[in-house]
Design a protein around this ligand. Sequence first.
Ligand code: PLP
Length: 379
Amino acid sequence: MIAFNEPVYIEKGIGYIAEAILKNKRLNGDGPFTAQCTEWMEKKCGEGVKILLTTSCTHALEMAALLAEIKPGDEVIMPSYTFVSTGDAFALRGAKIRFVDIRKDTMNIDETLIENAITDKTKAIVPVHYAGVGCEMDTILDIAKRNHLFVIEDAAQGMMASYKGRYLGTIGDFGTYSFHETKNYTMGEGGAILINNEKYVHRGEIIREKGTNRAQYFRGEVDKYSWVDMGSSYLPSEMNAAYLLPQLEQAEAINHRRLELWNLYDQELKELEEMDKIELPCIPKECQHNGHMFYVKTRDLKERTKLIQYLEQNDVNAVFHYVPLHSSKAGKKYGTFVGEDKYTTSESERLVRLPMFYALKDEEVKYTAQMVKNFYSRE
Ligand SMILES: *Cc1c(COP(=O)(O)O)cnc(C)c1O
């Protein structure tokens, strides 16, 4: 069976974990491995971006909601085609979610529909960079600026990908990454918040450290630390950071390999697209993606179910993705869909994700693509 996903494994990770345990004898958060991961990412992202490692992308989104001071009654705009965490972080603060439709080509929020969803209660726009393909950020930033809104990028899938040469997650006020085992770089469970406005760095450190100024204390800026604000515990353990570090050290090679696999799928399946049997992902010219996901779109839900079954029978684990949030129990409670659901439901029902992970082999991509072709040649 070709698995849908396998977590990235770099042998050095084991040595680093052993080092955290046996040499550093330090397992709690913000030790040397966390510092090295953070340093690497900050160097990569460039000037003016402060990064804090977190226990998950969900928690990074929660931190962003706290930093943006989202309160009960506020409204937040996001696509309905996203993971539950994008909604959760704001529902937890008592906000109402305004879901808007997606673009058919990228499955990202349709930037032309955002303005219509803004009211005098709107506080933030949360673009989700689906499959590591950037949203139309220039338009989104412009809308946010004119309406005094925060932009919080859910870049869970977007590390190493960029929009007009700027890394995803570094463009809005805040950005979030995920290091869950299904993502391109992983620490099992983990994530990071990118704070792109210096003004919020101090409070970000406090919120992450249970509402204390412990980070300042460790830098010797204050002589004791105490409870100064609300917060929670968003620090990952050093063992998790140790697992992540060697992947960051090899981030370019990992990214390169994923793109190779992605391009191979694209090449192998092009003919089916030309025959109008399936649709393949679209990468706008402003975007450099990171090979996070390879999907195909079938004609409809019925055909997708059959394709997934056919692949399963032929030892390939292919999976569908999000059930739109506005159709879920909690989505109905905490949000409303604004405007027409032209693409969210219909396009989400057509999408199938094919196996995609760092250790995947060329032969496995070719075999999977062949099985998709076989499925369509039976008709
Ligand atoms: C994976 C993912 C998340 C959640 O990430 P965790 O690190 O598991 O909390 C949030 N949003 C999107 C778009 C994701 O893909």
